[in-house]
Design a protein around this ligand. Sequence first.
Ligand SMILES: [Zn+2]
Length: 252
Amino acid sequence: MAIRKTDAIVLKTMPFRSSSLIVTLFSRDYGKIRGLAKGVRLERETRGALYELCTRLEVVYYEKTRSDLHLLTEGFLEESYEPMRTQLESIAYASYFCELVDETTEVHDAHPQLFELLDFAFRYLSSIPAERVARLFEIKLLREIGWLPYLDNCVQCSQGGLESGYFSARQGALICPKCAGGFPDARPLQREALAAMRYYAGHELEDCLRHGMGSQTEAELKVFMGRFFAERLLRPLKSKQFIEKIKPVMAK
Ligand SMILES: [Zn+2]
């Protein structure tokens, strides 16, 4: 058994027997890992609090060779993102980001950029509108895991230079007006929404946050991303459903 040490963010926890937790973490160095934290539920105030959802910590674990469930031996709190935790809406979106990463990654598939993306999103959720952070998160996640929709040319006829067109969630691609008839699920994609998706895909996180877009474009992107994930994910995400449920309450 090798001893590993890495920074990690808590994606999910599950009680195990009466006193322990099975923790799913996204680590900076080893990607998603699952570990057993023995006895922590008996120390709720101290060690137990470490494994709160969306917390960033440094963990030490024994890597099991015959199982994906490792043994978490130590954890040191690095960041609990307190400002984000003061608003129900931010917590709901942070949970959505965790669930999205959990659903779209395999264990031991290292993506340091995804670790940074989670950290970035949690830090900005308290000060930037959550929907904007969410679109940026989704597009950066897709790029990192290789699922980014194809937006360069028409996927059917390769026509380039398109500044608007149609988007097929099933194909995960841009379609030109001439080919759109062959894709029943294709919906018009306006110039601003396409430009925003391209900008988000190709620029640094900080620059993207400064890149303004109108509320109509934001709403359009939300619909496209929702359709796209619905095509790709095996099941609807609970956290996403929760966000929709609290929306009317938050708007009051
Ligand atoms: Zn075409």
